[in-house]
Design a protein around this ligand. Structure first.
Ligand code: ATP
Length: 287
C-alpha cells in the first residue's frame, strides 16, 4: 500500500450527551479504497463531517499530507480541506441546476485552479480547463450529456455529475457518502465500475450500507459502532469478526443467511443511544 495520506488521533465529537465519534485513531493511505460501515447512528456521517471540516471535533486532531508534509487540518473549514485535497461526493450536492453539465464541472475545475496554492495538475488556461472538463465528463459517462442543463439529468446521472464535480477539484482523497443509495439495482454495477475506475488514481473512503458494493470495492473495511472503531482490516477478516457480526452484519454472506438476496445487513437500525439494551460489541477494542 502507499504512504499515509490522512490520519486522525483521539478524534471525538459530542452532541450534548451523545458521543457520536469516540476517540478514533485512524489513517488512510494513497492507493487505498476503504469502506466505513456500521449501523444507523454509528457516527459515520459525523466522522466524514469532521474530516471535511463541516464539523469541528470536541477533541483530537485530523492531519492530511499535502505535498509530502503533514498539515493539521483539524480547524480547517470545508473550503480549506478541499484546497488541501480532501473532496466529498454524493449526499452533499454542489450542482447549479440551470447551468449545463459541462459548466458545472468547468466552474469547479477553474475555482480550484484559481484558488489553490498547489500546482494544478492538468490545466493553466481556459482551453485546458475545457479539455480537462471533457476528460472528466467522459470518465464518468456524461460526455454525451455535456450541454444539457444539470436539472434535466436523471437522479443517477446527477450522482455521476456530483462525482465529476468532486474530481474537478483535483482531490487526493475522495470521500463518497453512500454512493449506491437511491441507485436502482440495475445501475449499482455501473456505480461500482465507476468508483473502481476513480480509485485507480485517488484514495477513496466510502460510507456504504450495501454490503455487496462494500465487498466488491474495499481493500479494507473499518467498522464504527456507537462512535467507536471496533474493527479495521481486510474485508474477509472483518466479515468474520464476531463483534462485527453481532453489531452490524448479522447473517450477511453466511450459508444460513436469513437475508440472502438482500445486500443490506439485517438489523442495521441500531442507533447509538437507542436504549434497547443491546450492548453487543460496545466493549470491544480496536481489532
Ligand atoms: N447535529 C446533531 N445533533 C445532535 N446529535 C447528532 C447530530 N448529528 C448526529 N447526531 C447523533 O450522533 C450519532 C451519530 O450520527 P451519524 O449521523 O454520524 O451516524 P451514521 O453512522 O452516519 O448513521 P446513518 O447510517 O443512519 O447515516 C447519532 O446518535 C445521531 O443522532
Amino acid at each position: 500500500m502507499g504512504t499515509e495520506l490522512l490520519r486522525t488521533q483521539g478524534l471525538e465529537k459530542h452532541f450534548g450527551g451523545v458521543t457520536a465519534v469516540d476517540d478514533v485513531d485512524y489513517s488512510v493511505s494513497t492507493g487505498e479504497t476503504v469502506a466505513l460501515i456500521g449501523p444507523n447512528g454509528a457516527g459515520k456521517t459525523t466522522f466524514f463531517n469532521l474530516l471535511t471540516g463541516s464539523l469541528s471535533p470536541s477533541a483530537g486532531t485530523v492531519e492530511f499530507r499535502d505535498d509530502g508534509e503533514w498539515v493539521d487540518v483539524t480547524d480547517f473549514d470545508t473550503h480549506e480541506t478541499a484546497q488541501a485535497g480532501i473532496h466529498r461526493s454524493y449526499q452533499v450536492t454542489n450542482i447549479f441546476p440551470t447551468s449545463t453539465v459541462r459548466e458545472n464541472v468547468r466552474v469547479a475545475a477553474q475555482a480550484h485552479g484559481s484558488d489553490t496554492h498547489r500546482f494544478w495538475r492538468h490545466a493553466d488556461s481556459f482551453e485546458d480547463y475545457h479539455a480537462e472538463t471533457t476528460r472528466i465528463l467522459e470518465r464518468v459517462g456524461l460526455g454525451d450529456l455535456a450541454d444539457r442543463p444539470a436539472q434535466a439529468l436523471s437522479h443517477g446521472e446527477k450522482r455521476h455529475l456530483e462525482l465529476a464535480i468532486a474530481l474537478a477539484g483535483d482531490p487526493d482523497l475522495l470521500l463518497l457518502d453512500e454512493p449506491a443509495a437511491g441507485v436502482s439495482s440495475e445501475s449499482v454495477d455501473e456505480v461500482v465500475d465507476l468508483i473502481r475506475d476513480v480509485a485507480q488514481d485517488h484514495a477513496v473512503l466510502l460510507v456504504e450500507h450495501n454490503m455487496d458494493v462494500v465487498m466488491d470495492l474495499a481493500d479494507r473495511i473499518t467498522v464504527l459502532h456507537r462512535g467507536a472503531l471496533i474493527a479495521d482490516g481486510e474485508p474477509e477478516a472483518v466479515r468474520a469478526d464476531e463483534r462485527v457480526r453481532e453489531a452490524y452484519l448479522g447473517g450477511y454472506g453466511s450459508d444460513d443467511d436469513p437475508t440472502a438476496g438482500d445486500s443490506r445487513p439485517d438489523d442495521a437500525g441500531d442507533g447509538a443511544g437507542d436504549g434497547d439494551g443491546d450492548t453487543a460489541a460496545t466493549d470491544g477494542g480496536v481489532a
